[in-house]
Every structure is written in structure tokens, then in C-alpha cells.
Design a protein. Sequence first.
Length: 245
Amino acid sequence: MKKFVLILGLMAILSNICYASNEFSMSGDELDYDMESSLGIARGNVILKHDGGIVTGDYAQFNNKEYKGYMSGNVVAEKDGYRITSDAMTLYDKDHVSANGNAVIKHEGRVLRAPIIDYFKNRQFLETNNGRAVLVDVDGSILQADKINYDHIAGVANADGNVKIQSDIRNLTASADKAIYRINSNSIGNYLELIGNAIATQDGNTVRGNRLKLNNARVAQMDGGVSIDFIPKAKNLSDNKKQIS
């Protein structure tokens, strides 16, 4: 599936916006701050700012000693063209940040949705949790799975469990137990691999196998118990006339 790219804005937004620094600020209708514990609590029209990024919500608490924080109620985070919305957002430590409840990430026309999206900074690893994940590409193509992980260092996205793919623009549907999306570090995606009970249907033609590899949404490689249902194209009337004459 061409251009299926997981949204990496979570790295920029969550790891940078939430960290305390000299540029960190927090405001709200009500503010409480404990100088001894370094715990700040804000209620109503809460705004957190850091390094050009901004997070808004109804409630927030943040400890700039322990690098832990929590924000809830109509949470919206924006930075460098990325936008995240969720019911709540939790900073567990410098390494682990989570968008919790109806998490949606948007960037350059692409959208990733899941109940929970976690980011681990040290491993540069992004994962969805607690329910169905949906990735919508700029051309409207849709990738769904029970879980989607993205390893930024390796450049590999993994979709696991009841994988479904729909690309109306390519007249393509596909399904599998798992999918691997390999991404070239210098360009958008290279290919998508479907693994386990893999099925791909395009223009009425269906290919089945244990493993199917798709380049630009076309089946390029097949392995394991392969079967093909092929619908030949009908000859047009003009061709028949030429043969008769």
C-alpha cells in the first residue's frame, strides 16, 4: 500500500511539549503550585507551552522535578504541523508518554486513530493499545488492525491482528493476520507484506497465500499455498470486428 506511513508527530509533540524546562509555562483559570514538591495543578482553560508547542485541556498537573504529568478533558496538542487530540494525556517519565482515550493524530493529511497511543522516546517506538487502530492515508486508503507498532530506528511498522486494508483509489482490498510495512529512510514506503491467511483482491482478481508482498498496491511476490482467482478482461467489440474482417 503506497504511502502508508505512521504519524510520527507524537515524538515531537509529546516528548518535547510535556518536558519541563526554562521555556515551560502552565496557565489556567485556577492555579496551585507547591514549591517544595514542584507539583503544579491547573483547572479550567489550561494551557501548557514548551519549545513552540502547545497543549490545551480542562485539567492538568505537572511535576517538573520528577518529569511526570497528566492532562484531561478535551486535550489538544499541536507542534510543527502535528495535531493530537485525546481524552487525556499522561507523561510517565522522560521516556514514556501516552495519549489516552479516543487518541487521534493528524499530520499532512494522514490520520491515526486508536483508544491509546504510547510513545517511548529512548527506543523511538510508537504503539497503539487497548483496541482497534485505524490509519487513513492522504489518498483515503485505510489500514486497520488490532494493534499497530512503529519502530522509527528500524523503519518498520507492524500491524497485528485482523489486518484489513481498503484502497478505493486502487480498487484494492486485502486482509491478513499480520502486516509489515517497510519504510525507506529517504522516501515514503517501499512495500507492504501480508502474513498469515493473506488475501488481496484488485479489479475483481483475488490472490491468496500465506505471505503476499505488495509493491505500489500490486502483488509482487507470493509464498505458501498460493491460489489465484483471475477474471479475464472481455474483448471489446472493435477487436472482434477486426478479427471477422
